[in-house]
Design a protein around this ligand. Structure first.
Ligand code: AKG
Length: 321
């Protein structure tokens, strides 16, 4: 059985403040496997765009930190294979190993216990200078989830693939605001995201800017207001956000998209039905663990191919003009 990896002080910080940054969850070698896999996707897409005459060169000599910026300046079609369209995005074997890595699971275990479900909602976010969807306005992840999960803990792990700081668009969090429930969100915020406007932000403490070094992870609750701002540096602020929850929190593990039924008791309906949740650790039911990328891919692909169940409808109204 795995030992929980966070210190008591780290768990207390998370519980009291709604976030904690742990600097050394991954090694650089762990991250490099993901960077390489993303580079392969960029390579393949760039070559095709070159054949199609949509870009003038593939920028093979540019480093991971800048290549996408160059390509994106020439053609926006470079992005969807990485970030996905309606959720999902890239999920190759290295990425699967990254989100089921023993170290991240041991840290998450400190917060949710040892029966762990990987939440369907994860993203890869390359933030480039002036990329409108790069800056994500103030929100709580629960703003996107079904309201019956508001009192449950879904841990967001924000994991950059490069060193991040205030200059290149790391996150800001609003400390201790995770104790006051879900604030009003509006649709149509910056970048098309949900947004909590300044007037609706719980005004407790000043926002904290949280630089995270490569290898580190910012852990947040689903009620922790957070945002990221634009950056104008000539690099890509590569980051992923991955979520985990206790198996006791509503999820769609083992459910086909066609089996989605909105009339069931709420506790049987996933916090976010459009994508597939998956068991990543289970001492009580080890056979349920999604242990290989092949299984994971089949699961994710099914939601892509067979039609996604409807997303939560929280009744958020458009942002006032
Ligand atoms: O990566 C970012 O800039 C924003 C991430 C975010 O808002 C999230 O993970 O919920």
């Amino acid at each position: 059985m795995r030992e929980p990896a966070m210190s008591a002080a780290q768990v207390k910080h998370f519980t009291d403040e709604g976030w904690v940054m742990v600097p050394d969850v991954y090694t650089d070698a762990d991250l490099q496997l993901v960077r390489d896999e993303i580079t392969d996707v960029i390579d393949a897409t760039a070559r095709q765009l070159l054949v199609d005459g949509k870009i003038g060169e593939t920028y093979e000599d540019e480093p991971f930190e800048t290549r996408l910026t160059r390509l994106y300046q020439e053609c926006e079609e470079i992005l969807p294979p990485i970030v996905g369209k309606a959720g999902g995005g890239h999920s190759g074997p290295a990425f699967f190993n990254f989100i089921t890595h023993a170290s991240i699971l041991a840290h998450v275990q400190s917060l949710v216990g040892d029966e762990i479900v990987g939440s369907s909602v994860y993203r890869i976010r390359p933030k480039m200078p002036n990329y409108a969807k790069g800056a994500v306005p103030w929100h709580q992840d629960s703003g996107y989830f079904n309201p019956h999960c508001d009192d449950d803990l879904v841990v967001t792990c924000w994991i950059p693939l490069v060193d991040t700081n205030a200059d290149n668009g790391c996150l800001q969090v609003l400390p201790r605001a995770h104790r006051t429930g879900v604030s009003r969100h509006h649709t149509g915020g910056q970048g098309g995201y949900l947004e909590i406007t300044e007037q609706d932000l719980p005004n407790r403490l000043e926002p904290v800017t949280v630089p995270v070094p490569a290898g580190g992870v910012l852990f947040m609750t689903n009620l922790t207001p957070h945002r990221s701002t634009q950056h104008t540096k000539d690099i890509v602020r590569w980051a992923t956000d991955v979520r985990y929850q206790s198996a006791a929190v509503p999820n769609n593990v083992g459910e086909l998209p066609s089996e989605y039924d909105a009339e069931r008791p709420l506790y049987e309906i996933a916090c976010y039905p459009p994508e597939a949740d998956f068991v990543v650790q289970s001492p009580s039911k080890p056979d349920d663990i999604v242990a290989t990328w092949g299984e994971f891919n089949v699961l994710r692909q099914r939601y892509e191919d067979e039609g996604r169940p409807p997303g939560p409808r929280r009744g958020w109204e458009p942002i006032p003009q």
